[in-house]
Design a protein. Structure first.
Length: 76
């Protein structure tokens, strides 16, 4: 049986805290090197032109959408 994350708000807040202090270069690096269920295909030119807030938004959206959705079933 799969259990869904009982604290999604807390998980999202953790992601917000992780990304809030990152600067432009680190945000771009994390977006460019992201490895997940889907590929991010942003050009360097696009990443250079958008605001730091937009970069944070992209990274936060990726983390929220690829983060742990289910907890391990500990009854096995």
């Amino acid at each position: 049986m799969n259990n869904y994350d009982p604290m999604p708000g807390e998980r999202v807040q953790n992601y917000v805290n992780q990304t809030s202090g990152l600067g432009r270069d680190e945000l771009k690096r994390r977006i460019r090197t992201f490895r997940g269920r889907f590929k991010l295909d942003f050009t360097e030119d696009y990443l250079n032109k958008i605001s730091v807030d937009r970069l944070r938004h992209i990274l936060l959206a990726v983390l929220v959408n690829t983060g742990p959705k289910r907890l391990e079933d500990k009854t096995k």
